[in-house]
Design a protein around this ligand. Structure first.
Ligand code: PMP
Length: 351
């Protein structure tokens, strides 16, 4: 059949998402979901939005949600874009905001979806190596480029850049769009959203999948100058004018409104992370400093692939990447204290 395919599609190497196993009794620490359920107010809002009204199309502008997000970040609604998960928001960013003929710059190592989008949208790119401590060096992002994108904190390392460092990068890159992918920012960093009024080429992308426990609902957003947002809206309206269904719009509004619940879950995840870092370090792991809801670590003596397989036999799943430079690392999502204890018990038995 592939003789009918666009030749470009034949060459595409698609992104492979982390495993979503069906078995219920696994300790699932492989895809950075939040271990806590969404706010009860989110569930109530979704229930209230369901019913006979679903026969009608949702608000194509997601106006209530944009107003809620704008209010949360002290911006105006024309600075807000929403989409079906931040992966879709990122796809629209590649379609609308980068110069495909000049190299897009992103770190090596980073979120492995970026090169996939480059393949799909014929975007030239160059990777910029991390330093020996696996940190992004902002001074290396200079010269002619078609745009810049990096997660903050970076994935899968968890290492954070300060807003000062991001500003240093913005000051030398004023002619192309700089995207800060803040999928994990709530677990220990400061959002670059507050820089938007000073840098009209800055786009901040966020998701409700991690710190707001809504990976299953698929809501992502972008914050930036109204001109950037308008370009994203043009692409969206040429693709799918209803990216967010009614239930997701209602649930996402409630998620931003229940700030108390959000803060409590976030603080619990951070506390669990610090406890896990201590225990892993005591077991002989080197753990990179993490500002995310996961840790990236390697053991002084044991092979990471073997450790991941041995953990799996004990019904604990963590992420092991095949890519050469990080093949000795495991990425472990922060779970509840019970889940983390099961992970540590399994590791004690293995090591
Ligand atoms: N950016 C980064 C850095 C991520 O790790 C992820 C999660 N895989 C995403 C974006 C996408 O998240 P979502 O599509 O669930 O919003």
């Amino acid at each position: 059949m592939s003789r009918f395919w666009n030749p470009l599609i034949k060459k595409l190497v698609p992104y492979v998402p982390g495993e979503q196993p069906k078995i219920q009794d696994l300790v699932k620490l492989n895809t950075n979901e939040n271990p806590f359920p969404p706010s009860p107010k989110v569930l109530a809002a979704i229930s209230a939005a369901t019913g006979e009204g679903l026969r009608l199309y949702p608000d194509p502008d997601a106006s209530a949600l944009k107003a809620t997000i704008a209010n949360y970040y002290n911006l105006t609604p024309d600075c807000v874009f929403v989409g079906n998960g931040s992966d879709e928001v990122l796809a629209h960013t590649f379609q609308a905001l980068f110069n495909p003929e000049r190299p897009l710059l992103f770190p090596d190592i980073t979120y492995s979806f970026y090169p996939v989008y480059c393949g799909l949208y014929r975007q030239a790119f160059e990777t910029v190596p991390l330093d020996e401590q696996f940190k992004i060096r902002v001074e290396k992002y200079d010269g002619l480029n078609g745009g810049i994108i990096f997660p903050n904190p970076n994935a899968p390392t968890g290492c954070l850049l300060s807003l000062d460092e991001i500003e240093r990068l913005l000051k030398v890159n004023t002619e192309t769009v700089v995207v800060v992918d803040e999928a994990y920012i709530d677990f220990g960093g400061e959002s670059a959203a507050k820089l938007i009024d000073r840098y009209d080429n800055l786009l901040v992308v966020q998701t409700l999948s991690k710190s707001r426990s809504l990976a299953g609902m698929r809501v992502g957003l972008a914050l930036g100058h109204p001109e950037l947002i308008e370009a994203l809206e043009r692409v969206k309206n040429s693709f799918n004018s209803y990216p967010l269904d009614k239930l997701a719009q209602a649930g996402a509004v409630a998620a931003f409104e229940d700030d108390g619940y959000f803060q409590q879950c976030r603080d619990d995840v951070i506390r669990e992370r610090e406890a896990l870092v201590d225990r892993l370090s005591a077991m002989g792991f080197e753990v990179l400093p993490s500002a995310a809801n996961f840790v990236f670590c390697r053991h002084a003596e044991r092979d990471a692939g073997e450790l991941a397989a041995a953990l799996r036999e004990r019904k604990v799943i963590v992420r092991h990447f095949m890519s050469e430079r990080i093949a000795q690392f495991l990425r472990i999502t922060i779970g509840t204290s019970q889940q983390n204890s099961k992970l540590l018990e399994a590791l004690e038995a293995i090591l």
